[in-house]
Design a protein around this ligand. Structure first.
Ligand code: GTP
Ligand code: MG
Length: 221
């Protein structure tokens, strides 16, 4: 890596640190698309299969346990939950959206359908949505329903980035294997960000890099 790049990396890490050193608040839960707040700040959303660790990763990001509700039971998050910095600004510079998980086998069919409708509408129609972080459990890799969601975002030209979660659960060789498989899968996908992030909310690893990636998106607005 050149010096210029590492200077840029350092600046992004510092911006990320600042962005998440303040307190964050829950703004609102959105049960259907017509309840969305007016478009304002840059938004980043966390998507992924049920139980992959979306809410846990948001808590690690803002360093506030319990901001986003987490659970052992898949399907905990059922609305689009909006979080914003507690700055008091009229238009905050960033909003984080925690999404309900998909692929929850035990959910009633009606709920699965309404999830699909709402989330697909949100992903396709939200002009302030700068990137979707698609979380993938490092033990499972990309599943067919992940690929469906990626294809939808490729079609809708919604930028997304894969974030491997629960990295504490596997050893380095297994991690490398998943990384190369996921790289192979996304390299042909037009809306995929090429860099894959590796995180553990449990061990707080990869969190600074995720903060930096988000800070760059806020800055480039
Ligand atoms: P839904 O809202 O149901 O879609 O789930 P979610 O993706 O928000 O997952 P959540 O954050 O609620 O976490 C699900 C389970 O995984 C919880 O029991 C967490 O404690 C656990 N978990 C989350 N992140 C990690 C991690 O980095 N390492 C380990 N070992 N467990 C984790
Ligand atoms: Mg959740």
């Amino acid at each position: 890596m050149s010096d210029l790049n590492s200077d840029d990396d350092d600046a992004a890490l510092e911006k990320g640190r600042l962005l998440f050193s303040r307190k964050w608040d829950f703004l609102l839960g959105v049960p259907s698309i017509r309840h969305l707040p007016p478009e304002g700040p840059v938004e980043v959303a966390f998507a992924g299969r049920s139980n992959v660790g979306k809410s846990s990763l948001i808590n690690a990001l803002v360093n506030q346990n319990g901001l986003a509700r987490t659970s052992n039971t898949p399907g905990r998050t059922q609305e689009l939950n909006y979080f914003i910095p507690a700055s008091g600004d009229d238009v905050p510079e960033l909003a984080i959206v925690d999404m309900p998980g998909y692929g929850f086998a035990k959910a009633p069919k009606s709920r699965v359908l309404s999830w699909t409708g709402m989330v697909f509408d949100f992903l396709q129609g939200r002009s302030t949505l700068r990137r979707v972080f698609v979380l993938v459990d490092v033990r499972h890799g990309l599943k067919p329903n992940d690929l469906e969601v990626l294809s939808l975002m490729d079609k809708a030209a919604v930028s997304y980035q894969i974030v491997l979660t629960k990295a504490d659960k596997v050893k380095p060789p297994a991690l490398q294997k998943v990384l190369s498989r996921v790289h192979e899968e996304i390299k042909k996908r037009p809306a995929a960000h090429p860099e894959i992030l590796v995180t553990s909310a449990e061990k707080k690893s990869g969190i600074e890099e995720l903060r930096a990636a988000i800070a760059i998106l806020v800055d480039s607005d």
